[in-house]
Design a protein around this ligand. Structure first.
Ligand code: ADP
Ligand code: MG
Length: 385
């Protein structure tokens, strides 16, 4: 409850009096299925125990006053016409959500925000803030929004208002994640399934400390290359809509249609989708060793075929793999910098932290941040109606 108490304090300091309710939405880490979402494929994220909390109270007028305790900054706008303000860029997230809610029930409000996760490090604090705000506002004003709609609404807020072309995964798991479970998601039709993860392992995230600057231009380039691959494979298979529709057998039969590096890009996506489906089977059977092996394969494919890794991420995976008790390791997120995700037997977590942290710093001069995550629930109200 610490987060809820801190955001309540922030609310009192900023506005005086008590909030009517407090909502919470978690960050996430993707266990496997990288660069598959925009190819209408499969992903397997978990919600983690780092989150963004939002404390809310209705107002009599149609103003919104929003305070972020992380930034120590507040802003004010009209709920009927939120506009971007470059002096408070973080406010684009709550404003984006307000502009997508589009409900006659929405009124003015005071809102305090506080999160205990690193911003911009790859745990998707952006989805956490969007979902926490959307969930809190929908609850405060009695709007009926189901889980899928809420995730889509938050994705639209980020795509349109914030202007970041993210997929649906982050928002989806921030809404629908489940404690002790990974969330298998089909990014095409949003069919999903919760799969239990054994209590015996921890999800450990290592932040390489390397900025993801390169990531956005490379991300756009990879997206374009995947589209190009689809156009070319269509000469043989006119019915396909995305790389998701290409099976490994079809890929092997038609890869001659794909010049390099398009061929390798497509190979990553085709086989990564298969790895997610296999992971699902392995998890259902409780075969975490097998699952871990697929994580290593995913990393190799991201490094060699998709070419979105980097020396620091490779080093982190290599160091992790030399710790007894590490079942799997791979880069997670768009790549180039950011984080790795590791599946580590619980008894080995301390050794892992100690060894990987020490060696990484010795070889790169960068201090490693390690987040040992509990797999937690998606958005919920912590207090209130
Ligand atoms: P990531 O989603 O990987 O954490 P992004 O760059 O997509 O990185 O989103 C980070 C941005 O989200 C922050 O720079 C800030 O604008 C916004 N944000 C996240 N959490 C908060 C918070 N607690 N208060 C205000 N803004 C936040
Ligand atoms: Mg983000």
């Amino acid at each position: 409850m610490e987060g809820a108490e801190l955001v309540r304090e922030a609310f009192r300091d900023a506005f005086g009096g008590e909030p009517e309710l407090i909502s919470r939405a978690p960050g996430r880490v993707n266990l496997i299925g990288e660069h598959t979402d925009y190819n209408e494929g499969f992903v397997l994220p978990v919600a983690v125990d780092r989150a963004v909390w939002v404390a809310l109270r209705r107002r009599e007028d149609r103003r919104a006053r929003v305070y972020s305790a992380n930034f120590g900054q507040w802003t004010e706008f009209d709920v009927d016409s939120p506009r971007k303000d470059p002096s408070v860029p973080w406010a684009d997230y709550p404003k984006g959500v307000v502009s997508e809610l589009r409900s006659s029930k929405l009124g003015g409000f005071d809102m305090a925000i506080w999160g205990d996760m690193p911003l911009g490090a790859g745990l998707s604090s952006s989805a956490a803030i969007e979902v926490s705000v959307a969930f809190g506002l929908a609850s405060l004003f009695g709007m009926e929004v189901n889980g899928k709609e809420m995730a889509l609404l938050c994705q639209r807020a980020e795509n349109r208002f914030v202007g970041v072309q993210c997929g649906i995964m982050d928002q989806f798991v921030a809404v629908l994640g489940k404690r002790g479970h990974a969330l298998f998601l089909d990014c095409r039709d949003l069919v999903y399934e919760h799969v239990p993860i054994s209590e015996g392992v921890s999800v450990v995230v290592c932040n390489s400390g390397v900025s993801r600057e390169l990531a956005s231009s490379a991300y756009n380039e990879r997206r374009a290359q995947c589209e190009e691959a689809v156009r070319r494979v269509r000469e043989a298979l006119p019915e396909i809509g995305a790389l998701r529709d290409v099976s490994p057998e079809e890929f092997e039969a038609y890869k001659h249609l794909l010049p390099e590096p398009i061929g390798r890009r497509a190979r990553h996506v085709v086989y990564e989708n298969m790895r997610v489906l296999s992971s699902l089977e392995l998890l259902r059977r409780g075969d975490l060793k097998g699952f871990g092996r697929l994580m290593y394969e995913s990393h190799r494919s991201l490094k060699e075929d998709y070419e979105v890794s980097g020396p620091e991420l490779d080093l982190l995976v290599e160091l992790a793999s030399s710790v007894e008790g590490t079942l799997g390791a791979r880069l997670t997120g768009a790549g180039f910098g950011g984080c790795t995700v590791n599946l580590v037997e619980r008894e080995a977590v301390r050794t892992f932290e100690e060894f990987v942290g020490r060696e990484y710093e010795a070889r790169t001069g960068i201090r490693l941040e390690v987040y040992v995550c509990e797999v937690s629930d998606g958005a919920k109200l912590e207090e209130g109606i």
